[in-house]
Write a protein that binds this ligand. Sequence first.
Ligand code: ADP
Ligand code: MG
Length: 222
Amino acid sequence: MLEIRNLTKTYESPAGPLEVLRGVSFTMERGDGLAITGPSGCGKSTLLQILGTLDVPTSGKINVGKVDPFTLDEKAQARFRNNSVGFVFQDHCLLPQLTVLENLLVPLMVGDEDTMGPERARKLLDEVGLKDRTNHLPAQLSGGEKQRVAVARALVRNPQLLLCDEPTGNLDRVNADAVADLLERARRDHQTTLVVVTHSAEIAARFPRRAHLIDGLLADRA
Ligand code: ADP
Ligand code: MG
């Protein structure tokens, strides 16, 4: 489902080229769950952004399903991102002036029409345990609740690929565990392919497959 071959990324900087990824390869089947750990600055966010086509690789090959998203033109790539990829970031990135439900409807307003979307949004809020927070504003929620809304929003388009960058980084231990459990449940229930980046070994242990990014290379971990 997801196939990454020899991915490299070099940033140009005034001090010379910075080789962040030096040949990352891995494959995932539909519904697989992978946690990627690694020290700060090792390139975890860079890798995730490339998987989500928010950044381009320097070289290497990516296939999502049967598609190499980097061969698509700009419009088709935006459509791919909207329909096929869900993102959860460390900061929930909810729109403060919109209610919880309205935040979930935002991804449905751009791109392809999705008549089942609003119903799915309500169902997802129920799944993440926030049915009775539907009309709250983000400021009226706890940190853990906001991040649960962000997970529901990432799932509203039924993405093939769910990419999470330090999704529990701002949460205390109890809430971090709850969000990690929620991601795992979502992966199983929706058969989405899940890649979670975290610097926490405890969080990584909650996912079926683990890998470590170091010196620009990704190695599987037990
Ligand atoms: P991580 O998420 O593992 O902490 P990042 O992927 O954010 O690491 O960054 C990896 C390295 O690449 C860091 O040394 C960072 O400073 C550098 N870097 C990230 N983005 C850019 C950029 N746009 N231009 C130049 N260097 C960058
Ligand atoms: Mg990062």
